[in-house]
Write a protein that binds this ligand. Structure first.
Ligand SMILES: Nc1ncnc2c1ncn2[C@@H]1O[C@H](COP(=O)(O)OP(=O)(O)O)[C@@H](O)[C@H]1O
Ligand SMILES: [Mg+2]
Length: 241
């Protein structure tokens, strides 16, 4: 098991952002955490990455506890966060080189890795453009490419296509499909189509709780609903916060 989540819980004052979440994710799996706004997706990702301390519970990433062994966890993971973190005044290639150098690669290795990632992410033609001048879609490609510079075993993508137009979204999907199987991916989204296109398995969150877990086919047959959208609507019924 690459990720084992055990009764993970986060309280913000009297608000329960994530409520007793338990689930396992296999090596090489493309896992989607689906839910409406405020379902608790980002809080879950932040706890798994060691950016937010759980109120209770724990999670083990490649065997290392996020509560007790954050350094080991951080060696194995990387994240493209919901608020994209690229250096706006650096160019595409400079952002990538910087990341590689931060992770201890030599100058030559950094250059080679930057070129390899730009190839995969379709960024070669933009390599000398400053990050701040890129469209949202390209900025996000850069952010994911930067996360891949450390060769993570586990890659977290928090709402990677939020606010993108249809074409940019499709382009990113086809890039993410290429990563499939090479790295364990945990992606959050509120787009059902994204889950249908990319994910091996899905967890549906609502008001901090995991409401369902399985493949889309499994969820459809369990609930007896004809479409995934019907499944989602049924499982997220009732007031959302
Ligand atoms: N830093 C914070 N302080 C207080 N409440 C927070 C904080 N971060 C998230 N929350 C609350 O926790 C809940 C889950 O938020 P979040 O994990 O961002 O959901 P999602 O990513 O699914 O939209 C929301 O009700 C949100 O307002
Ligand atoms: Mg979020």
């Amino acid at each position: 098991m690459t990720i084992e989540i055990k009764e993970l819980t986060k309280h913000y004052k009297d608000q329960v952002a994530v409520d007793n979440l338990s689930l396992n994710i296999e090596k090489g799996e493309f896992f989607a955490l689906l839910g409406q706004n405020a379902a608790g997706k980002t809080t879950t990702i932040k706890m798994l990455c060691g950016l937010v301390a759980p109120t209770s519970g724990d999670a083990y990433l490649e065997g290392a506890s996020v509560v007790h062994n954050q350094i080991a966890v951080k060696n194995n993971i990387n994240i493209s966060p919901q608020e994209t973190a690229v250096a706006p005044n650096l160019t595409v290639v400079e952002n990538l080189r910087l990341m590689a150098r931060l992770y201890g690669y030599s100058k030559i290795q950094a250059e080679q890795r930057a070129i390899a990632q730009m190839n995969i992410f379709g960024l070669l033609t933009r390599q000398h453009e400053k990050a701040k001048t890129l469209s949202g879609g390209y900025k996000r490609r850069l952010s994911v490419a930067m996360a891949m510079m450390s060769t993570p075993k586990i890659l977290f993508l928090d709402e990677p296509t939020l606010g993108m137009d249809v074409r940019a979204r499709r382009d990113l999907w086809s890039i993410l499909r290429q990563l499939k199987g090479h790295v364990t991916i945990v992606l959050t989204t509120h787009y059902l189509e994204e889950v249908e296109v990319l994910a091996d398995r899905v967890g549906i969150m609502h008001n901090g709780k995991l409401r369902a877990l399985g493949t889309i086919q499994q969820l459809m047959s369990q609930t007896g609903r004809p479409t995934f959208e019907d499944v989602f609507l049924e499982l997220t019924e009732g007031e959302s916060r």
